[in-house]
Design a protein around this ligand. Structure first.
Ligand SMILES: [Zn+2]
Length: 127
């Protein structure tokens, strides 16, 4: 059986869990700089017989593919100059999702260990 923690130990544990959430939030990229989707590059042949791609390598075209509920997929071409930005935004999206899962996990611990303060009484309605 687990030893019961003292109020001081519980306060320390709660403070540690809250500090982890704060640190996580501080480490995140700007919320406005994110994009859901998958980045990929395709090699295409444009079809012009005189083009270098007819005999050599095709043209490299960057895409973002986004799937929506219902299975609809949208593909956007990405100009070469924007590839770094788009890749960073996609990575940021994944970091935010991982952070959401992590905060949720920390909050489950706070809830499970009864380390959350009781909710303050509701504020009086603004006039
Ligand atoms: Zn071509």
């Amino acid at each position: 059986m687990k030893a019961t923690k003292s109020p001081a130990q519980r306060a320390t544990q709660a403070a540690r869990l809250h500090a982890r959430k704060d640190a996580l939030l501080a480490s995140l990229p700007p919320f406005t700089d994110l994009l859901r989707g998958s980045f990929f590059v395709r090699t295409l042949r444009c079809g012009k017989p005189s083009c270098r791609c007819a005999t050599g390598k095709g043209h490299r075209v960057a895409y973002v593919s986004v799937t929506f509920p219902g299975g609809y997929t949208q593909q956007l071409t990405v100009p070469q100059a924007l590839v770094p930005v788009v890749r960073r935004w996609i990575a940021n999206y994944q970091r935010w999702w991982r952070a959401i899962e992590r905060v949720s996990e920390l909050n489950r611990r706070l809830l499970r260990e009864r380390l959350l303060p009781a909710a303050p009484p509701p504020a009086p309605a603004a006039r």
